[in-house]
Design a protein around this ligand. Sequence first.
Ligand SMILES: Nc1ncnc2c1ncn2[C@@H]1O[C@H](COP(=O)(O)OP(=O)(O)OP(=O)(O)O)[C@@H](O)[C@H]1O
Ligand SMILES: [Mg+2]
Length: 499
Amino acid sequence: MLLRAADIHKSYPGVQALKGVSLELQASEVHALVGENGAGKSTLIRILTGAETPDSGSLDIGGETFAALDPELARRLGIAVIYQQPALFPTLSVAENLALRCEPSGLWRRVDWRARRERARSLLERVGAHIDVERTAASLSAAEQQLVAIAAALGVQARVLILDEPTACLPEHDAERLLDLVRTLRSQGVGLIYITHRLEELFGLADRVTVLRDGESVASAALADVDIGTLIRWMVGRELLATPRTESSGRPEVALSVSGLGCRAGGLSEVSFELREGEILGLAGLVGAGRSELARALFGLTPAEAGEIRLGGETVTIREPRDAVAHGMAYVPEDRRRHGVVGAMSTVVNTSLAVLERVSRNGFLQPARERALAEPLARQLDLRAASLEAPVANLSGGNQQKVALARWLAAEPRVLIVDEPTQGIDVGAKAEIHRILGELAAAGKAILLISSDLPELLALSDRVAVMRERRLVAILPRAEAMQEAVLALALGHREGVAG
Ligand SMILES: Nc1ncnc2c1ncn2[C@@H]1O[C@H](COP(=O)(O)OP(=O)(O)OP(=O)(O)O)[C@@H](O)[C@H]1O
Ligand SMILES: [Mg+2]
């Protein structure tokens, strides 16, 4: 056994995040850790890596028992964690980043550059990454950054490797490669703890699974013995019924019409499409195809210089987000943790940010109105927060994303642009968000949906627009929007006709 956490408790003011969680990890094991948003997964990981001190419980690692760890001790015990966005120094080269992580700090001054580069190369080889070690970390893709972080973990002889939602923002292809690497590391004797909300990923990957619910470990089982339905029941404590998308009312009015849109900063050119009231238009494409850039151009974050945007039949000029909001547009950005919420402010305040005039009187904010706005939305999104008054930064990752959505739902927009609305969101809340998007469309809202989760995109969209290399290359009606067709267009294996 590599590691055993037994009966771990951890409280924060107002929240009991962990109420007696236990977990055992063997060498050469991939141990999945799953649970709803706020179940306590990341808190447990922070305890295992010494970033947090548990209130009680014990940690057995390599034959020794500890009441708590600190980061230095955890590192010496061979425990490493890889997050979605690993902390690399952006301006330093890959070789330097690896050296900083792996070399004892005393040696940092007398540098043998050749040896350092060689070492970096051989570490990257072990993780199957073909990356020039002279490149700066800033120039790497998300997937490449993760590979460098994993290489660094191997460089310090990590025996326990923890991955917290590693594939959440990786494109399909990179995600597959990462999963292959996980299997390789397992065969080399590493024990891996793997956190994900993409439950399908676990089959054929994980050996065991531990399920957390409301801070308790409710089940631990061999993955061969469970199916996805059982996992979900353990996670949410009930059956989930997939709600089929209610057919949109098909109102004929065009809500948003874009023709010949071009934006130098976003690299976009000649983008044309129409979005009707009551319609969900899915935007598919590989990462870097220009989907988020299009959203940002429409919302005035990187305004377009060419082409025409019409909202409700009226030609509008959108120079900044304020113009977009004034014309009834709302935008839930992809990187919600950075742009979607104000961490230091409460859920209540975040929710009312887009509609300040509705919650104020004579220029003064009315806290009661703010609450009245936030409460039903929090309930609808099943927000798990100790209090709606607590800073959003203290919420679990998935719950922060729900706050970002609540903020724009409060604005009751005519045109809603949502970028990756269910990334990092648990199965229960995901079904809820699908239902909400369907209802908004049924109520006549026009929705532009960006999602890298292709099955989700195809299930929700009335039509699917495919982007490639910052152009909109095709628009497919629902009946033709099959997975293979969309992928072939996105990859450029097939030519499409926009329109
Ligand atoms: N620093 C903190 N202060 C106060 N509460 C916290 C803090 N960190 C976590 N919590 C609370 O502890 C609970 C567990 O959060 P945690 O981040 O471990 O969830 P999670 O399972 O990782 O969820 P997700 O899937 O959304 O990432 C949540 O209710 C969260 O709000
Ligand atoms: Mg988490």
